[in-house]
Design a protein around this ligand. Structure first.
Ligand code: 5AD
Ligand code: FES
Length: 336
């Protein structure tokens, strides 16, 4: 049992960076091994009913061209992922909680499970437990839903449409329907303190998450947070320190090297994260023509690329740092 508390996590975050990064990499190697799992992500719709103040596809932003990829095109991607040896498909979208949308999602999950051997992860926002149970029955293996921040007041100021307690209840519901649960948070949203960052890391441990994705906040120009600086703008190594501390406090969780790191350090950020605690890479698998319309934050990489390229490029990056590609589904290693 881990004995970390807020103070000791803050001490980790403030400890000499070289030692912290080396320790996190050692824990990752020991507990998770050298394999890096690929989880190709298909951003199948940018239509969203919510107005999260940081997000580029919030409903009040008139700029992105709204799209929804149909099931034929999603299946085409799924088959190509399978043919290229990938083992997980992640389907992500804006939040549209209508019965019709819930049903469409269930239908596509059923089809992917029937026609491929891919593990299916959904990431479509808050829903009642019944909907999660329905998707689970359709074949959903995992779900990603970040809690974004552990501070209830900060959460409320960022999310006009939901409370932290609602979000955490979703995570409990997902666990109770038997899904592997992924969550996480943004690093350095304006107003975040080191105490909050430490609590974010501890909340991941409290929920015993199977997967934990964290990435730096990046201000989007078409949102109410336009022009706001990341809370650690003067110490960007804190973004990596957060991942390293996250690994040390959550040794047996899957931790992806998230895309936002590449927005800040093009072609390098995610590689460094893999060497400082992470063991998962999520190549963009969205068909190229939609990518410019799914800009959650500016400078998102790979928007000019075609879908099949990202997994190949990811593999090359993984080999180049002396790691290998994970085979098999890469399920949670936690035993429940
Ligand atoms: N900066 C960084 N991350 C963001 N996300 C959304 N908007 C931003 C932003 N401006 C992250 C959120 C969300 C995930 C899909 O993308 O954490 O959960
Ligand atoms: Fe997408 Fe390199 S990771 S093109």
């Amino acid at each position: 049992m881990s004995l970390f508390n807020r103070q000791s996590v803050i001490e980790l975050l403030q400890s000499p960076r070289d030692e912290l990064f080396a320790r996190a990499d050692l824990v990752r190697a020991d507990v998770m091994g050298d394999a890096v799992y690929l989880r190709g992500i298909v951003e199948f719709s940018n239509i969203c009913a919510n107005d999260c103040v940081y997000c580029g596809i919030r409903k009040s932003n008139r700029n992105p061209k709204r799209y929804r990829i149909d099931s034929t095109e999603i299946m085409d991607v799924a088959h190509r992922m399978q043919a290229s040896g990938q083992t997980t498909i992640v389907l992500q979208s804006g939040e549209v909680a209508t019965p019709k949308e819930d049903e469409r999602i269930a239908t596509i999950v059923r089809r992917i499970k029937a026609e491929t051997s891919l593990a299916v992860t959904l990431s479509c926002g808050n829903r009642p437990r019944d909907t999660y149970a329905y998707w689970r029955e359709a074949g959903m293996d995992r779900y990603l839903l970040r809690f974004e921040t552990s501070d209830p007041d900060l959460f409320a100021s960022l999310h006009p449409d939901c409370s932290l307690e609602d979000r955490l209840q979703c995570l409990r519901d997902l666990r109770s329907v038997g899904a592997q649960v992924g969550s996480g948070f943004m690093i350095g949203v304006p107003g975040e303190t080191l105490e909050i960052l430490a609590d974010n890391i501890l909340l991941c441990r409290d929920f015993d998450l199977d997967m934990i994705g964290i990435g730096p906040f990046i201000a989007h120009p078409d949102t109410p947070l336009a022009g706001q600086l990341n809370a650690y703008a003067d110490d960007p190594d804190m973004y990596f320190a957060a991942v390293a501390a996250l690994r040390i406090v959550n040794p047996d969780a899957h931790i992806p090297a998230t895309t936002a790191f590449d927005a800040i350090w093009p072609h390098a950020g995610r590689d460094l994260v893999l060497q400082r605690g992470a063991n998962v890479f999520m190549p963009n698998a969205t068909p190229g023509k939609y990518r410019k319309s799914y800009m959650l934050y500016p400078d998102k990489p790979c928007v000019d690329e075609e879908d099949h390229l990202c997994a190949g490029c990811a593999s090359a990056r993984i080999w180049s740092i002396g790691r290998m590609i994970g085979t098999g589904p890469g399920h949670s290693i936690k035993h429940r």
